[in-house]
Design a protein around this ligand. Sequence first.
Ligand SMILES: [Zn+2]
Length: 285
Amino acid sequence: MNLFEGLEQFGLKAQEMSNLFEDEKKNVTSVDGNKEAAEEIPTEDAFLLEKGIRCAVCDKGFKTKMIKNGRIKRLEPDADLRPRFQYIDTLKYDVSSCPNCGYTAMNRYFDHLSSVQVKLIKEQICANFKPTGKEEPAVYDYDTAIGRYKLALYTTMVKKGKTSEKAYTCLKIAWLYRGKAENLDAKDQANAAAIKECKTQEEMFYAQAYEGFMKAVSSEMFPMCGMDQNTVDYILAYMSAHFKRYDVASKCIANILQSPSAQNKTKERARDLKEKIIAEIKKGK
Ligand SMILES: [Zn+2]
């Protein structure tokens, strides 16, 4: 398994890595994809703006795409809280990548680097980074977005970032593969192999995210990646059920149902999940 397949295009060689959360040392990669074009439906660029930011590593300014938050309409999330919006998959745009030196991170982490981390990134990323030479597209297809996230994941390993940051990046990559698969017409037989590959990749990154979050909750404080404990408990409950770890799922659900700070909506979701798990267990007997 190579989570970082495709990073060669950035001049970065990702060595084989078996355990993302082993602590220290690791790697990354990426590519490009498909465009949705439909009459009457606004394209994603209608919801994007270019914002100038300064690189926290090389100090050069560059433009990055941001979401016009006032313009997007939130839809009901997936059962594992993957966010959904009308006409745009905002997840694609949550990474900033310096075109000069290669430093890449999810936006919430981009400016937060210690001097030691800057040094590590300069030595292991900037020294080898080569720009792809491709022109910056107006919108990102899924492969482009996934490539940027893999570069962010690799950078997180290089800078010895928190377990939760690695886990969250893996979760978002899994969600992007889900989005990519949804975007392919399942009725067209020509897409069958590509959809299957998306599922495989989604599962692989989902498993990494699960392992990482399980580790993070025992070693880090909340909020985690901007999420409160109830939200992380819910995501972990869902993922535990997905991986048939029903004991862990039940514990997480109990935490939520007993939490005085959990919102009604979260408790409702937790109860629904509990029902589903009970049904699954009965079916398996
Ligand atoms: Zn830079």
